[in-house]
Design a protein around this ligand. Structure first.
Ligand code: KIV
Ligand code: NA
Length: 265
């Protein structure tokens, strides 16, 4: 089996095929999702919140993403693995972006990287793509800008909508192979999707996007806390894991585990 490539992703849009993307931060989860046929796995910097316990994605380091990315690549066979460039590892300029992305490609073996921004990240996108590293752009709500933008719906109002569309076109022209649209009005996401020849990947961006992405622990019901309305929960793993842990604890305290069959003599 060969891995999915960014070329396959482009062809899917030509054929009008929608596709799912999910986040993964470890080899075991990556293998489950890969075997389930998820074609694109994102080592998102959402790992900062979900996996590493930070308040935001801002503190996530390149070293952390490199370790998690290598695990996801080792755990998967078929999926295209895309890694987020963390905050502060590409904003200084294209050379910094190339150095960071090159590490993720060479050390971790990812097939592409994702970075936040359209126009503001154009020189970075151009140099990475020229250098042979596929880039996914991330527009709309960009969590690395929480300190300037907060977590709000983006692209509301004519001017903001126009700016987002121009950002998406600029990212495409710079060579991006796909664009994530996070928390964008569905009508605007639909217009962006029609206007681009590269795929849009929506999260809270309506049904017209070419692809969808969710944070895996959110859709599995594992994250805990209040979920944004765009999350659909496909399992209730937090309850299952909690119940399993309680049952195990009771068995240990009550002396019913280990039983004879769990023991060697
Ligand atoms: O970090 C992440 O998980 C992401 C997706 C939500 C697109 O950037
Ligand atoms: Na991210």
């Amino acid at each position: 089996t060969r891995r999915i490539t960014v070329r396959d992703i482009g062809l899917a849009k030509e054929r009008g095929e929608k596709w799912p993307m999910l986040t993964a931060y470890d080899a075991m989860t990556a293998s489950v999702l890969d075997e389930a046929g998820i074609p694109v796995l994102l080592v998102g910097d959402s790992a900062g919140n979900v996996h590493l316990g930070y308040e935001t994605t801002v503190p996530v380091t390149l070293d952390e993403i490199a370790v998690l990315s290598a695990a996801v690549v080792r755990g998967s066979k078929r999926a295209l693995v895309v890694a987020d460039l963390p905050f502060g590892t590409y904003q200084e300029g294209p050379v910094q972006a190339l150095r960071s992305a090159t590490r993720l490609v060479k050390e971790a073996g990812v097939g592409a990287v994702k970075l936040e921004g359209g126009k503001r990240s154009l020189p970075q996108i151009e140099l990475l793509v020229e250098s042979g590293i596929p880039v996914m752009a991330h527009l709309g709500l960009t969590p690395q800008s929480v300190n300037t933008m907060g977590y709000r719906v983006q692209g509301r109002g004519e001017e903001a909508a126009h700016r987002l569309l121009q950002d998406a076109k600029a990212a495409q022209d710079a060579g991006a192979f796909a664009v994530v649209l996070e928390l964008v009005p569905a009508e605007l996401a639909a217009e962006v999707t029609r206007s681009l020849h590269i795929p849009t990947v929506g999260i809270g961006a309506g049904a017209e996007c070419d692809a969808q992405v969710l944070v895996t622990t959110d859709m599995l019901g594992l994250t805990g806390g209040r979920m944004p309305r765009f999350v659909k929960q496909y399992a209730d793993l937090r309850a299952s894991v909690g119940e399993a842990a309680k049952a195990y604890a009771e068995d240990v305290v009550g002396g019913s585990f280990p039983a004879a069959e769990h023991s060697v003599h």
